[in-house]
Design a protein around this ligand. Structure first.
Ligand SMILES: Cc1cc2nc3c(=O)[nH]c(=O)nc-3n(C[C@H](O)[C@H](O)[C@H](O)COP(=O)(O)OP(=O)(O)OC[C@H]3O[C@@H](n4cnc5c(N)ncnc54)[C@H](O)[C@@H]3O)c2cc1C
Ligand code: SF4
Ligand code: SF4
Ligand code: SF4
Length: 377
Protein backbone atom coordinates (compact mmCIF):
# COMPACT_ATOMS: atom_id res chain seq x y z
CA UNK A 1 0.00 0.00 0.00
CA UNK A 2 1.63 3.33 -0.99
CA UNK A 3 1.44 6.62 0.86
CA UNK A 4 -1.14 7.97 -1.51
CA UNK A 5 -3.47 5.12 -0.77
CA UNK A 6 -3.01 5.70 2.96
CA UNK A 7 -3.52 9.45 2.92
CA UNK A 8 -6.97 10.83 2.26
CA UNK A 9 -6.69 13.00 -0.82
CA UNK A 10 -8.85 16.13 -0.79
CA UNK A 11 -10.30 16.65 -4.24
CA UNK A 12 -11.83 20.09 -4.93
CA UNK A 13 -15.47 20.05 -5.87
CA UNK A 14 -16.02 20.80 -9.56
CA UNK A 15 -18.67 21.66 -12.10
CA UNK A 16 -20.12 18.18 -11.65
CA UNK A 17 -20.89 19.11 -8.02
CA UNK A 18 -22.49 22.39 -9.14
CA UNK A 19 -24.79 20.37 -11.36
CA UNK A 20 -25.81 18.16 -8.42
CA UNK A 21 -26.01 20.84 -5.73
CA UNK A 22 -27.37 23.79 -7.74
CA UNK A 23 -28.67 22.91 -11.21
CA UNK A 24 -30.45 19.67 -10.36
CA UNK A 25 -32.40 21.25 -7.52
CA UNK A 26 -33.42 24.20 -9.66
CA UNK A 27 -31.63 27.07 -7.90
CA UNK A 28 -29.13 28.16 -10.59
CA UNK A 29 -29.60 31.91 -11.08
CA UNK A 30 -27.99 31.72 -14.56
CA UNK A 31 -25.58 34.48 -13.62
CA UNK A 32 -22.90 33.09 -15.94
CA UNK A 33 -20.12 33.43 -13.37
CA UNK A 34 -19.04 29.79 -13.53
CA UNK A 35 -18.72 29.87 -17.33
CA UNK A 36 -16.94 33.22 -17.49
CA UNK A 37 -14.35 32.33 -14.88
CA UNK A 38 -13.84 28.68 -15.81
CA UNK A 39 -10.10 27.90 -15.74
CA UNK A 40 -10.56 25.78 -18.85
CA UNK A 41 -12.44 28.44 -20.84
CA UNK A 42 -9.87 28.20 -23.65
CA UNK A 43 -10.27 24.45 -23.80
CA UNK A 44 -14.06 24.67 -23.95
CA UNK A 45 -15.16 22.83 -20.82
CA UNK A 46 -18.52 24.46 -20.04
CA UNK A 47 -20.95 26.86 -21.74
CA UNK A 48 -24.16 28.77 -21.09
CA UNK A 49 -27.25 27.10 -22.50
CA UNK A 50 -30.02 28.82 -24.44
CA UNK A 51 -32.44 28.90 -21.53
CA UNK A 52 -31.38 27.17 -18.37
CA UNK A 53 -28.26 26.42 -16.31
CA UNK A 54 -24.82 26.20 -17.94
CA UNK A 55 -23.68 22.79 -19.16
CA UNK A 56 -20.57 20.82 -20.07
CA UNK A 57 -19.25 21.14 -23.60
CA UNK A 58 -16.66 18.44 -22.98
CA UNK A 59 -16.25 17.04 -19.51
CA UNK A 60 -12.76 15.71 -20.33
CA UNK A 61 -11.55 19.32 -20.69
CA UNK A 62 -12.51 20.20 -17.12
CA UNK A 63 -9.41 20.69 -14.94
CA UNK A 64 -11.35 19.92 -11.74
CA UNK A 65 -9.94 23.13 -10.25
CA UNK A 66 -13.15 23.92 -8.32
CA UNK A 67 -13.22 27.65 -9.16
CA UNK A 68 -16.69 27.50 -10.70
CA UNK A 69 -17.97 25.78 -7.56
CA UNK A 70 -16.44 28.27 -5.14
CA UNK A 71 -17.60 31.45 -6.86
CA UNK A 72 -21.19 30.32 -7.40
CA UNK A 73 -23.41 32.48 -5.17
CA UNK A 74 -25.65 29.49 -4.42
CA UNK A 75 -22.78 27.63 -2.74
CA UNK A 76 -22.09 28.34 0.93
CA UNK A 77 -18.35 27.69 0.78
CA UNK A 78 -16.34 30.88 1.62
CA UNK A 79 -19.33 32.47 3.38
CA UNK A 80 -17.67 32.03 6.76
CA UNK A 81 -14.61 33.93 5.53
CA UNK A 82 -16.77 36.67 3.99
CA UNK A 83 -18.90 36.98 7.11
CA UNK A 84 -15.75 37.52 9.14
CA UNK A 85 -14.20 39.98 6.70
CA UNK A 86 -17.39 42.02 6.33
CA UNK A 87 -18.37 41.63 10.01
CA UNK A 88 -21.77 40.15 9.16
CA UNK A 89 -24.48 40.48 11.78
CA UNK A 90 -27.97 39.06 11.21
CA UNK A 91 -30.20 40.25 9.58
CA UNK A 92 -28.81 43.26 7.64
CA UNK A 93 -25.05 42.91 7.99
CA UNK A 94 -22.54 45.41 9.27
CA UNK A 95 -23.29 49.10 8.79
CA UNK A 96 -21.63 52.38 9.74
CA UNK A 97 -24.30 54.80 8.68
CA UNK A 98 -27.80 54.82 7.17
CA UNK A 99 -29.05 57.87 5.28
CA UNK A 100 -31.65 59.08 2.82
CA UNK A 101 -30.45 61.44 0.10
CA UNK A 102 -30.86 62.48 -3.51
CA UNK A 103 -28.88 63.79 -6.48
CA UNK A 104 -28.42 67.55 -6.63
CA UNK A 105 -28.32 67.49 -10.43
CA UNK A 106 -31.87 67.70 -11.85
CA UNK A 107 -31.08 65.60 -14.91
CA UNK A 108 -29.81 62.78 -12.66
CA UNK A 109 -32.76 63.17 -10.27
CA UNK A 110 -35.05 62.70 -13.27
CA UNK A 111 -33.09 59.80 -14.72
CA UNK A 112 -32.61 57.96 -11.41
CA UNK A 113 -34.64 55.01 -10.21
CA UNK A 114 -35.14 56.60 -6.79
CA UNK A 115 -32.96 59.58 -5.84
CA UNK A 116 -30.25 59.03 -8.49
CA UNK A 117 -27.70 58.59 -5.69
CA UNK A 118 -25.96 55.57 -7.24
CA UNK A 119 -25.37 57.43 -10.50
CA UNK A 120 -24.23 60.58 -8.64
CA UNK A 121 -21.67 58.68 -6.56
CA UNK A 122 -20.34 56.93 -9.67
CA UNK A 123 -19.98 60.29 -11.43
CA UNK A 124 -18.27 61.78 -8.37
CA UNK A 125 -15.78 58.91 -8.38
CA UNK A 126 -15.18 59.20 -12.13
CA UNK A 127 -14.69 62.98 -12.06
CA UNK A 128 -12.36 62.73 -9.06
CA UNK A 129 -10.22 60.01 -10.65
CA UNK A 130 -11.12 57.23 -8.22
CA UNK A 131 -12.40 55.01 -11.03
CA UNK A 132 -11.88 54.67 -14.80
CA UNK A 133 -15.34 53.22 -15.32
CA UNK A 134 -18.23 51.33 -13.79
CA UNK A 135 -19.88 48.06 -14.70
CA UNK A 136 -23.58 48.90 -14.67
CA UNK A 137 -26.48 47.85 -16.88
CA UNK A 138 -28.16 49.62 -19.74
CA UNK A 139 -31.64 49.33 -21.18
CA UNK A 140 -31.65 47.75 -24.64
CA UNK A 141 -35.40 47.70 -25.15
CA UNK A 142 -38.38 48.70 -23.02
CA UNK A 143 -38.10 45.69 -20.75
CA UNK A 144 -34.60 44.36 -21.06
CA UNK A 145 -31.20 45.48 -19.81
CA UNK A 146 -27.73 44.27 -20.59
CA UNK A 147 -24.40 44.65 -18.74
CA UNK A 148 -22.65 47.87 -19.73
CA UNK A 149 -19.23 49.30 -18.95
CA UNK A 150 -19.75 53.07 -18.57
CA UNK A 151 -16.66 55.27 -18.74
CA UNK A 152 -18.20 58.75 -19.08
CA UNK A 153 -20.69 60.83 -17.13
CA UNK A 154 -23.10 60.71 -20.09
CA UNK A 155 -22.94 56.91 -20.23
CA UNK A 156 -23.59 56.67 -16.49
CA UNK A 157 -26.69 58.87 -16.78
CA UNK A 158 -27.85 56.84 -19.79
CA UNK A 159 -27.60 53.67 -17.67
CA UNK A 160 -29.49 55.09 -14.67
CA UNK A 161 -33.07 54.44 -13.77
CA UNK A 162 -36.00 52.34 -14.76
CA UNK A 163 -37.87 54.57 -17.18
CA UNK A 164 -39.08 52.76 -20.27
CA UNK A 165 -38.86 53.93 -23.82
CA UNK A 166 -42.44 53.82 -25.04
CA UNK A 167 -41.30 53.81 -28.65
CA UNK A 168 -40.55 50.13 -28.16
CA UNK A 169 -43.27 47.53 -28.15
CA UNK A 170 -43.24 44.59 -25.81
CA UNK A 171 -44.88 41.94 -27.95
CA UNK A 172 -42.45 39.60 -29.63
CA UNK A 173 -39.78 40.07 -26.99
CA UNK A 174 -40.19 36.48 -25.86
CA UNK A 175 -38.69 35.70 -22.46
CA UNK A 176 -38.29 38.75 -20.25
CA UNK A 177 -35.83 38.53 -17.37
CA UNK A 178 -35.23 41.42 -14.97
CA UNK A 179 -31.94 39.82 -13.88
CA UNK A 180 -28.94 41.18 -15.81
CA UNK A 181 -25.94 38.79 -16.05
CA UNK A 182 -23.37 41.48 -15.22
CA UNK A 183 -20.81 39.08 -13.78
CA UNK A 184 -20.47 37.29 -17.10
CA UNK A 185 -19.21 40.54 -18.66
CA UNK A 186 -16.55 41.22 -16.04
CA UNK A 187 -13.97 39.33 -18.04
CA UNK A 188 -14.18 41.78 -20.94
CA UNK A 189 -13.35 44.70 -18.64
CA UNK A 190 -9.77 43.43 -18.58
CA UNK A 191 -9.52 43.87 -22.37
CA UNK A 192 -10.34 47.57 -21.94
CA UNK A 193 -7.17 48.16 -19.89
CA UNK A 194 -9.03 49.77 -16.99
CA UNK A 195 -7.32 49.55 -13.61
CA UNK A 196 -9.98 50.82 -11.20
CA UNK A 197 -13.63 50.06 -11.64
CA UNK A 198 -16.81 50.09 -9.58
CA UNK A 199 -19.48 47.44 -9.99
CA UNK A 200 -23.20 47.93 -9.37
CA UNK A 201 -25.08 44.74 -8.64
CA UNK A 202 -27.80 42.91 -6.77
CA UNK A 203 -26.74 40.84 -3.71
CA UNK A 204 -25.98 37.56 -5.52
CA UNK A 205 -23.68 39.42 -7.93
CA UNK A 206 -21.78 41.25 -5.20
CA UNK A 207 -21.55 37.91 -3.35
CA UNK A 208 -19.77 36.32 -6.37
CA UNK A 209 -17.44 39.31 -6.67
CA UNK A 210 -16.48 39.08 -3.00
CA UNK A 211 -15.79 35.36 -3.45
CA UNK A 212 -13.56 36.15 -6.46
CA UNK A 213 -11.72 38.76 -4.41
CA UNK A 214 -11.29 36.25 -1.57
CA UNK A 215 -9.72 33.83 -4.08
CA UNK A 216 -7.78 36.61 -5.93
CA UNK A 217 -9.30 35.56 -9.23
CA UNK A 218 -8.60 38.01 -12.06
CA UNK A 219 -10.04 40.61 -12.59
CA UNK A 220 -11.16 40.88 -8.95
CA UNK A 221 -8.14 43.13 -8.30
CA UNK A 222 -9.46 45.95 -10.50
CA UNK A 223 -12.88 46.01 -8.80
CA UNK A 224 -12.18 48.72 -6.26
CA UNK A 225 -15.74 49.59 -5.18
CA UNK A 226 -18.94 47.57 -4.92
CA UNK A 227 -22.23 49.45 -5.01
CA UNK A 228 -24.96 47.01 -4.03
CA UNK A 229 -28.69 47.29 -4.70
CA UNK A 230 -31.32 45.93 -2.31
CA UNK A 231 -33.16 43.04 -3.90
CA UNK A 232 -36.23 41.17 -2.74
CA UNK A 233 -36.55 39.19 -5.98
CA UNK A 234 -36.19 39.27 -9.74
CA UNK A 235 -38.70 38.19 -12.35
CA UNK A 236 -38.68 36.04 -15.43
CA UNK A 237 -41.74 35.78 -17.60
CA UNK A 238 -42.82 34.84 -21.07
CA UNK A 239 -45.62 36.07 -23.30
CA UNK A 240 -48.25 33.89 -21.58
CA UNK A 241 -47.30 35.05 -18.07
CA UNK A 242 -47.23 38.65 -19.28
CA UNK A 243 -50.79 38.40 -20.64
CA UNK A 244 -51.91 36.79 -17.36
CA UNK A 245 -50.41 39.71 -15.41
CA UNK A 246 -52.12 42.24 -17.67
CA UNK A 247 -55.48 40.56 -17.07
CA UNK A 248 -54.98 40.06 -13.33
CA UNK A 249 -53.84 43.62 -12.62
CA UNK A 250 -55.79 45.36 -15.40
CA UNK A 251 -53.02 47.21 -17.25
CA UNK A 252 -51.11 46.97 -20.51
CA UNK A 253 -47.35 46.60 -20.60
CA UNK A 254 -47.40 48.97 -23.58
CA UNK A 255 -48.50 51.75 -21.19
CA UNK A 256 -45.71 51.19 -18.67
CA UNK A 257 -43.59 54.30 -18.15
CA UNK A 258 -41.53 53.20 -15.19
CA UNK A 259 -41.17 50.21 -12.90
CA UNK A 260 -39.63 50.27 -9.45
CA UNK A 261 -39.30 47.84 -6.57
CA UNK A 262 -39.72 49.05 -2.97
CA UNK A 263 -42.30 47.67 -0.54
CA UNK A 264 -44.20 46.62 -3.69
CA UNK A 265 -43.60 46.31 -7.41
CA UNK A 266 -44.60 49.83 -8.45
CA UNK A 267 -45.71 50.41 -12.04
CA UNK A 268 -46.24 53.93 -13.40
CA UNK A 269 -48.63 53.94 -16.35
CA UNK A 270 -49.06 56.45 -19.16
CA UNK A 271 -51.99 58.80 -18.47
CA UNK A 272 -52.52 57.61 -14.86
CA UNK A 273 -51.76 59.79 -11.84
CA UNK A 274 -51.56 56.91 -9.40
CA UNK A 275 -49.09 54.07 -9.87
CA UNK A 276 -50.15 50.44 -9.69
CA UNK A 277 -48.85 48.72 -6.54
CA UNK A 278 -48.46 44.93 -6.71
CA UNK A 279 -47.63 42.89 -3.60
CA UNK A 280 -44.64 40.52 -3.93
CA UNK A 281 -46.87 37.64 -2.81
CA UNK A 282 -48.95 38.16 -5.99
CA UNK A 283 -45.87 37.73 -8.16
CA UNK A 284 -44.86 34.30 -6.96
CA UNK A 285 -45.46 32.64 -10.35
CA UNK A 286 -43.01 34.89 -12.18
CA UNK A 287 -40.28 35.07 -9.52
CA UNK A 288 -37.01 33.43 -10.63
CA UNK A 289 -36.71 30.17 -8.75
CA UNK A 290 -33.18 30.98 -7.55
CA UNK A 291 -34.60 34.02 -5.72
CA UNK A 292 -36.86 31.86 -3.56
CA UNK A 293 -33.82 30.51 -1.63
CA UNK A 294 -31.88 33.79 -1.49
CA UNK A 295 -31.48 35.26 2.00
CA UNK A 296 -29.67 38.48 1.17
CA UNK A 297 -32.02 41.46 0.84
CA UNK A 298 -29.83 44.39 1.82
CA UNK A 299 -26.64 43.40 -0.05
CA UNK A 300 -24.55 42.93 3.07
CA UNK A 301 -21.14 42.34 1.40
CA UNK A 302 -21.15 45.62 -0.58
CA UNK A 303 -19.34 48.86 0.29
CA UNK A 304 -22.65 50.73 0.21
CA UNK A 305 -26.10 49.29 -0.40
CA UNK A 306 -28.92 51.29 -1.96
CA UNK A 307 -32.66 50.94 -2.20
CA UNK A 308 -35.86 52.91 -2.26
CA UNK A 309 -37.23 51.11 0.79
CA UNK A 310 -37.41 53.40 3.81
CA UNK A 311 -37.13 56.62 1.76
CA UNK A 312 -39.69 59.09 0.44
CA UNK A 313 -40.36 58.97 -3.31
CA UNK A 314 -37.46 60.59 -5.16
CA UNK A 315 -34.89 59.66 -2.48
CA UNK A 316 -32.51 56.73 -2.09
CA UNK A 317 -31.75 54.89 1.16
CA UNK A 318 -28.00 54.20 1.50
CA UNK A 319 -26.46 51.78 4.00
CA UNK A 320 -22.79 52.66 4.27
CA UNK A 321 -20.93 49.56 5.38
CA UNK A 322 -17.17 49.81 4.82
CA UNK A 323 -14.50 52.52 5.14
CA UNK A 324 -14.29 52.62 1.35
CA UNK A 325 -18.04 53.11 1.20
CA UNK A 326 -17.80 55.94 3.69
CA UNK A 327 -15.01 57.58 1.68
CA UNK A 328 -16.96 57.65 -1.60
CA UNK A 329 -20.25 58.70 0.00
CA UNK A 330 -18.47 61.57 1.78
CA UNK A 331 -16.79 62.60 -1.47
CA UNK A 332 -20.20 62.83 -3.18
CA UNK A 333 -21.63 64.87 -0.29
CA UNK A 334 -18.60 67.17 0.14
CA UNK A 335 -18.37 67.91 -3.58
CA UNK A 336 -22.11 68.61 -3.83
CA UNK A 337 -23.17 65.66 -6.02
CA UNK A 338 -25.78 64.52 -3.47
CA UNK A 339 -27.67 66.15 -0.62
CA UNK A 340 -29.04 64.78 2.65
CA UNK A 341 -32.02 66.83 3.93
CA UNK A 342 -31.53 67.01 7.74
CA UNK A 343 -35.29 66.75 8.43
CA UNK A 344 -35.36 63.35 6.69
CA UNK A 345 -32.29 62.16 8.55
CA UNK A 346 -33.29 62.58 12.18
CA UNK A 347 -32.72 59.65 14.52
CA UNK A 348 -36.45 58.84 14.42
CA UNK A 349 -36.47 58.76 10.60
CA UNK A 350 -33.34 56.59 10.58
CA UNK A 351 -34.94 54.14 13.01
CA UNK A 352 -37.96 53.91 10.72
CA UNK A 353 -35.70 53.22 7.73
CA UNK A 354 -33.82 50.53 9.64
CA UNK A 355 -37.04 48.93 10.88
CA UNK A 356 -38.30 48.52 7.30
CA UNK A 357 -35.03 47.08 6.04
CA UNK A 358 -34.78 44.69 8.98
CA UNK A 359 -38.36 43.59 8.43
CA UNK A 360 -37.82 42.89 4.69
CA UNK A 361 -34.55 41.10 5.46
CA UNK A 362 -36.29 38.85 7.99
CA UNK A 363 -39.15 38.16 5.56
CA UNK A 364 -36.68 37.18 2.88
CA UNK A 365 -34.72 34.91 5.21
CA UNK A 366 -37.93 33.21 6.32
CA UNK A 367 -39.02 32.72 2.70
CA UNK A 368 -35.62 31.16 1.90
CA UNK A 369 -35.78 28.84 4.90
CA UNK A 370 -39.26 27.66 3.89
CA UNK A 371 -38.25 27.19 0.25
CA UNK A 372 -35.13 25.21 1.23
CA UNK A 373 -37.30 22.73 3.13
CA UNK A 374 -39.09 21.90 -0.12
CA UNK A 375 -36.03 21.47 -2.32
CA UNK A 376 -35.14 17.95 -3.48
CA UNK A 377 -31.87 17.93 -1.46
C1 LIG B 1 -33.42 43.97 -9.96
C2 LIG B 1 -33.52 44.99 -8.86
C3 LIG B 1 -34.28 44.71 -7.72
C4 LIG B 1 -34.37 45.68 -6.71
N1 LIG B 1 -35.14 45.42 -5.62
C5 LIG B 1 -35.32 46.36 -4.66
C6 LIG B 1 -36.17 46.13 -3.56
O1 LIG B 1 -36.76 45.05 -3.42
N2 LIG B 1 -36.31 47.12 -2.64
C7 LIG B 1 -35.65 48.31 -2.77
O2 LIG B 1 -35.81 49.18 -1.90
N3 LIG B 1 -34.82 48.56 -3.79
C8 LIG B 1 -34.63 47.62 -4.74
N4 LIG B 1 -33.79 47.84 -5.79
C9 LIG B 1 -32.98 49.05 -5.80
C10 LIG B 1 -33.69 50.25 -6.38
O3 LIG B 1 -34.51 49.89 -7.47
C11 LIG B 1 -32.67 51.31 -6.87
O4 LIG B 1 -31.77 50.71 -7.79
C12 LIG B 1 -31.86 51.92 -5.76
O5 LIG B 1 -32.72 52.53 -4.83
C13 LIG B 1 -30.90 52.99 -6.27
O6 LIG B 1 -31.63 54.05 -6.78
P1 LIG B 1 -30.89 55.31 -7.43
O7 LIG B 1 -31.92 56.20 -8.00
O8 LIG B 1 -29.95 55.86 -6.41
O9 LIG B 1 -30.05 54.57 -8.56
P2 LIG B 1 -29.73 55.09 -10.05
O10 LIG B 1 -28.99 56.38 -9.96
O11 LIG B 1 -30.95 55.00 -10.89
O12 LIG B 1 -28.70 53.96 -10.49
C14 LIG B 1 -29.08 52.61 -10.55
C15 LIG B 1 -27.91 51.82 -11.06
O13 LIG B 1 -28.25 50.44 -11.05
C16 LIG B 1 -27.95 49.85 -12.30
N5 LIG B 1 -28.93 48.78 -12.53
C17 LIG B 1 -30.22 48.91 -12.86
N6 LIG B 1 -30.80 47.71 -12.99
C18 LIG B 1 -29.87 46.80 -12.70
C19 LIG B 1 -29.87 45.37 -12.66
N7 LIG B 1 -30.97 44.66 -12.96
N8 LIG B 1 -28.72 44.75 -12.32
C20 LIG B 1 -27.60 45.47 -12.02
N9 LIG B 1 -27.55 46.84 -12.04
C21 LIG B 1 -28.66 47.47 -12.40
C22 LIG B 1 -28.07 50.99 -13.31
O14 LIG B 1 -27.28 50.77 -14.44
C23 LIG B 1 -27.52 52.17 -12.48
O15 LIG B 1 -26.12 52.23 -12.55
C24 LIG B 1 -33.68 46.90 -6.82
C25 LIG B 1 -32.92 47.16 -7.98
C26 LIG B 1 -32.84 46.22 -8.97
C27 LIG B 1 -32.02 46.54 -10.19
S1 SF4 C 1 -12.11 23.70 -15.17
FE1 SF4 C 1 -12.50 24.36 -13.08
S2 SF4 C 1 -13.83 26.15 -13.37
FE2 SF4 C 1 -13.89 25.01 -15.29
S3 SF4 C 1 -15.64 23.59 -15.15
FE3 SF4 C 1 -13.84 22.48 -14.44
S4 SF4 C 1 -13.85 22.77 -12.21
FE4 SF4 C 1 -15.16 24.34 -13.06
S1 SF4 D 1 -25.78 30.48 -10.22
FE1 SF4 D 1 -24.24 31.31 -11.62
S2 SF4 D 1 -22.27 30.47 -10.94
FE2 SF4 D 1 -23.91 29.24 -9.98
S3 SF4 D 1 -24.19 27.51 -11.38
FE3 SF4 D 1 -25.68 29.07 -11.97
S4 SF4 D 1 -24.65 30.26 -13.60
FE4 SF4 D 1 -23.08 29.09 -12.52
S1 SF4 E 1 -33.29 37.73 -4.91
FE1 SF4 E 1 -31.20 37.04 -4.57
S2 SF4 E 1 -30.82 35.52 -6.18
FE2 SF4 E 1 -32.60 36.76 -6.80
S3 SF4 E 1 -31.71 38.37 -8.09
FE3 SF4 E 1 -31.95 39.17 -5.98
S4 SF4 E 1 -29.96 38.79 -5.07
FE4 SF4 E 1 -30.05 37.51 -6.89
Amino acid sequence: MNENQNSKEIVPKSFEDLIKEVHDIGICGECGGCVSFCSAADLGAIKMSEDGPPQYIDKDNCLNCGICYLICPEIHELNKELNERYKFKFPIGNWLKIVTSKATNLEIQKAGTDGGVVTSILIAMLENNLIDGALVSKRINPFQREPFLATTKEELIEAAGTKFDLKGHISGLGQYNTFVPTISKLKYVVDRDLMNIAVVGVPCQIHSIRKMQELSILPAHIIKYTLGLFCYENFKFNETARKKMEEQFDFSFNDVEKMNIKDYLIINLKGKDQPLYIEFSELHDIMRHACSVCENFSNFYSDISFGGLGSKDGFTTSIIRTDLGEKIYKLAIDKGYIEEPPELNTSVEKSKMLAKIISFSRMKTKRAEDALKHLPL
